[in-house]
Design a protein around this ligand. Structure first.
Ligand SMILES: Nc1nc2c(ncn2[C@@H]2O[C@H](COP(=O)(O)OP(=O)(O)OP(=O)(O)O)[C@@H](O)[C@H]2O)c(=O)[nH]1
Length: 304
């Protein structure tokens, strides 16, 4: 019997340095863990996609949860908590080589309070760093921390040991559902797609239903700015075109005196700089591509 296709959203949560990023990369494989598309169900960045014949796991990024000291910290935490209740599975990362402490307990408490129905998996990371006995002890401690309902799995993202077991476990906890990304592939040009998608998202922000299917963004060129000193850091000049279907839509996207387009650029730039860690200068243009939605050649050119 062929089992039903399963899919869902997963995020890794844990104290800093517990191996979340390394694990993400190990799961996603060589294709780097940046991608662009954000499905409707979550407002948070996708870090990677694990695609198999029988399942698709979408790894969602969350900034870390911190003990809030400021109002801004509180707001950030609220955002993170939204993610906890939106995802299907939360993997709590506990390093094998460090004792479970108040920081771990606080995170688990928060998650259980905010997202009581989200499935938890305890992931004991970095098992290559300690003895088998120490791993076993940490598994027991993690199980006590999370409660009986939670599965606990040991893994080394570095050696790859148990990575497949973790994927199997995650898949087994997901509900039947479709692949969110049809071919399951991450693009070979993740940065371009990411930029295009974030610009598109920013341009659609706050607009009604009319525009969404009529807007495509093409990154024409990414050019490193010359003459930057090491101290200034890299700056990328990014030339992008926003294609709309009708002249009336062009006005909407550009806004009065270009105000809206500038906002779009700023919003997308802020996000992209955060994700890529590189400064960006956007040169955005809006063009009308008549009836492109019905023209297969145009569609192809625009990456649809
Ligand atoms: N030996 C070993 N080291 C690991 C493993 N996974 C991660 N590390 C190391 O642990 C450190 C932290 O790993 P990250 O993946 O950056 O941890 P993180 O949880 O994403 O950290 P933050 O981004 O600070 O939250 C890095 O130096 C990794 O190389 C592992 O399986 N084995």
């Amino acid at each position: 019997m062929v089992s039903e296709f399963r899919s869902g959203f997963v995020c890794f949560v844990g104290r800093p340095n517990t191996g979340k990023s390394t694990l993400t990369n190990a799961l996603v494989g060589s294709k780097i863990a940046i991608t662009s598309s954000r499905p409707q169900t979550t407002r948070h960045a996708i870090r990677g996609i694990v695609s198999r014949d029988d399942a698709q796991i979408v790894l969602v990024d969350t900034p870390g949860l911190h003990r809030p000291r400021t109002l801004l910290g509180q707001r950030l935490n609220d955002l993170v908590k939204d993610t906890y209740s939106e995802v299907d599975v939360i993997g709590i990362t506990i390093p094998a080589d460090e004792k479970i402490g108040p920081g771990d307990r606080w995170i688990v408490q928060q998650i259980k309070a905010v997202a009581p129905r989200t499935k938890l998996i305890g992931i004991v990371t970095k098992i290559d760093k300690v003895s088998r006995d120490a791993v076993a002890q940490q598994l027991v401690a993690t199980s006590e921390l999370l409660g009986e309902d939670a599965d606990v799995v040991p893994v080394s993202a570095k050696s790859g040991e148990q990575v497949g077991v973790l994927v199997d476990l995650i898949v087994s906890t997901l509900e039947p559902g479709p692949a969110f990304y049809p071919d399951g592939e991450l693009t070979d040009e993740p940065e371009e797609t990411l930029m295009a998608e974030l610009i598109r998202e920013a341009a659609l922000e706050g607009l009604g239903d009319e525009l969404p299917h009529s807007l495509a963004v093409v990154i024409e060129e990414i050019v490193p700015r010359e003459g930057r000193t090491e101290k200034q850091g890299e700056l990328l000049d990014v030339h992008a075109i926003l294609y709309v279907e009708r002249p009336s839509q062009k006005g909407i996207v550009i806004g009065k005196g270009g105000a809206r387009l500038r906002e779009v650029g700023t919003a997308a730039r802020t996000q992209i700089e955060r994700i890529l860690g590189t400064r960006i200068y956007f040169d955005l243009h809006v063009k009308v591509a008549k009836d492109w939605q019905r023209d297969p050649k145009q569609l192809g050119r625009l990456g649809f």
